[in-house]
Design a protein around this ligand. Structure first.
Ligand code: DGY
Length: 434
């Protein structure tokens, strides 16, 4: 364990770029939104100042409408990533900062619960308290963006219009929505992927998917990234489980923080009162006995068992009975020889234990699900979720994601995607120290 802790520290320092942390060299050479939240928790184990600066840097890219972009391009010279800041051209939105440049979409709203996590670790640290009070309204503003622009019917559930927003880029969840997009090669701008020259292409999304990611990016850009046109035009419009669960969890964390410091929590409480029951009713899939996203365009549930549904545990959304179903599902996967939690249904023909979000194990998901299971007193499964991640990292190193079939993983010497990965180091470290 001592070696793991030392190595996590090495990676967090290696990826620290004087004010923020890149997820990994070359593949992701800028600051990513939800990565930064988890990385901040990791830094706090060694240097609380780094943890604070990480979040300050991220919020320096916040837009006037409140949106917190999924990438902040602190450096305009780095050439190893596509799509870069010029391709996003986020300044078509007048409220996007000129500097730092950013992407035009968002990612899971983890920062409320990250702040609460830091406060639990350092309840009396004056610098942290001052920082939390200062950033609190900005985090609330980022939630207000989601409830305003992404919930036009005022349902209490926000939508995403791009798979990258969900954090689970190429999950089979999105296949049907992406299939609706018919690409006209003359209209799609020419582009060159960089990711597949850095990571093996069979561990990354396909070019069919990338064409559609670019199509949706163009659609957002055309609508200046916050206009009603996105809701009207986008073939991809989904009320996602993980996105809404992270938002609900962060609402609650902000309410708790606000109560402690006497800050205004009226709006947060209103969102919460509507969102929690709505999530629980609308996103519960009785056939599958898990939560699944709702495809607004198709008008139906996206009926697959996958990891986003389990994140509801962390937000304490499920009833005790629903939570039991989720716990039973995880236990059965464990008994069948899988590391838990695979990112997609292992019994589906679409399961691919190697390819990005179509089956591998993701460290930050284990972190959330571990805490979620504990809240419902499923301590035994929680311990497996924790020890599985620690075992994978011990065997293979701090990779971006990992093989979920034990029989295969045991004969491998590395994980998948990028190496020396920040949130893997951060989440594993935090679980070791918990
Ligand atoms: C990528 O580039 O693969 C990211 O997941 C999208 O931000």
């Amino acid at each position: 364990m001592e070696n793991l802790v030392e190595d996590a520290k090495r990676i967090l320092n290696l990826n620290w770029k004087d004010g923020f942390t890149i997820p990994t060299n070359k593949l992701y050479p800028f600051q990513w939104n939800w990565d930064s939240g988890f990385t901040s928790i990791g830094h706090s184990h060694f240097d609380l100042d780094f943890a604070i600066r990480e979040l300050q840097s991220l919020f320096s890219g916040q837009w006037e409408n409140g949106m917190l972009p999924h990438i902040i391009f602190h450096s305009e010279n780095e050439k190893t990533y596509f799509p870069n800041f010029e391709f996003w051209n986020s300044n078509v939105n007048l409220g996007a900062p000129q500097k730092p440049k950013s992407s035009g979409i968002t990612q899971p709203a983890v920062h409320g619960f990250v702040l609460e996590n830091l406060l639990e670790k350092f309840p009396d640290d004056e610098k942290l308290i001052a920082f939390v009070k200062d950033i609190f309204p900005k985090v609330v503003k980022s939630h207000r963006f989601l409830y305003t622009y992404r919930d036009p019917k005022r349902e209490g559930l926000m939508f995403i219009f791009h798979p990258w927003e969900s954090g689970r880029d190429n999950s089979p969840l999105w296949d049907e929505s992406l299939d609706r997009i018919v690409i006209n090669p003359d209209e799609l701008p020419k582009y060159e992927r960089r990711d597949t020259s850095i990571a093996p292409s069979d561990e990354r999304p396909t070019s069919y998917e990338y064409d559609r990611y670019v199509y949706l990016l163009q659609l957002g850009k055309k609508n200046k990234y916050d206009e009603q046109g996105i809701f009207e035009e986008s073939p991809f419009l989904v009320q996602d489980t993980l996105m809404n669960a992270a938002l609900i969890k962060s609402n609650q964390s902000l309410i708790n923080i606000g109560k402690r410091f006497g800050l205004d929590i009226g709006e947060l409480e209103e969102w919460q009162q509507q969102s929690v029951p709505r999530f629980q009713e609308k996103l519960w899939n009785t056939d599958l006995q898990t939560f699944t996203p709702f495809d607004i365009r198709g008008g139906h549930h996206i009926s697959f068992k996958e990891i986003g549904g389990l994140s509801a545990l962390y937000a304490e959304i499920p009833t005790q009975e629903q939570a039991k179903q989720l716990n039973d599902y995880l236990s059965s996967l464990h008994e069948r020889g899988f590391y838990i939690c695979p990112s997609f249904d292992v019994d589906s023909p679409l399961f691919d234990s190697k390819r990005y979000w179509r089956g591998p194990i993701w460290p930050q998901m284990n972190w959330m699900i571990y805490h979620g299971l504990n809240k419902y007193d499923f301590d035994k499964t929680a311990e497996i979720v924790k020890s599985d991640l620690i075992e994978l990292v011990s065997m293979h190193g701090y990779y971006e994601y990992f093989e979920s079939q034990k029989s295969l993983a045991k004969n491998m010497t590395s994980g998948y995607g990028g190496g020396d990965f920040s949130w893997t180091a951060a989440c594993t470290l935090d679980l070791i120290k918990t």
